[in-house]
Ligand binder design. Structure first.
Ligand SMILES: NC(=O)N[C@@H](O)C(=O)O
Ligand code: NI
Length: 158
């Protein structure tokens, strides 16, 4: 049995339980993230990664989620069309299947997952997308990420 989830437009308000959203900044304006850029003891090594993520077509199928229990994870689009994040609150150490949310972001929106937030790995739409990704690591798996398989596959649609 596959569950269907519809994409919601990403807003800072809707995403607040899961992380921060930094939207387009007007000329002369600015924004900063600070307190929610978190590295817990053990995750002493900063990692600023750069990637060029391939494009996926909708509907997306999600079967597992991940979280970083020692670090926040911040995705900064460098050249991106649209991109998708699937998140959920924790329920007894797993993503709460009843509270899964799927958001679609623009290439002007950066997202910082708060430490421990269940999320699906990055999914980009329309064309490949380049990102900078900031987090802190222990330098070795599996400490840096925990995975959980969803009780049933999730189909994400527009
Ligand atoms: N590790 C990494 O860069 N990506 C994943 O953690 C992810 O959330 O996509
Ligand atoms: Ni991640």
């Amino acid at each position: 049995m596959t569950r269907t989830l519809r994409l919601e437009p990403l807003t800072a308000e809707a995403f607040a339980p899961f992380g921060d959203v930094v939207g387009a900044i007007e000329p002369g304006g600015g924004a900063k993230l600070s307190e929610t850029l978190v590295a817990l003891p053990g995750a002493a090594t900063p990692r600023l990664g750069f990637n060029n993520a391939k494009a996926w077509d909708l509907p997306l199928t999600a079967t597992e989620m991940e979280r970083h229990n020692l670090s926040s994870q911040c995705f900064v689009p460098l050249d991106v069309s649209r991109w998708v994040m699937v998140v959920a609150p924790d329920l007894d150490g797993r993503p709460d299947p009843a509270a899964l949310r799927a958001f679609v972001a623009t290439g002007d929106q950066a997202v910082n997952y708060h430490v421990g937030t269940w999320h699906h790995p990055l999914r980009v739409l329309d064309r490949p997308g380049r990102f900078a990704v900031l987090m802190w690591t222990t330098g070795h798996k599996p400490d840096d990420e925990e995975w959980s398989t969803l009780p049933e596959p999730l189909q994400i649609e527009a």
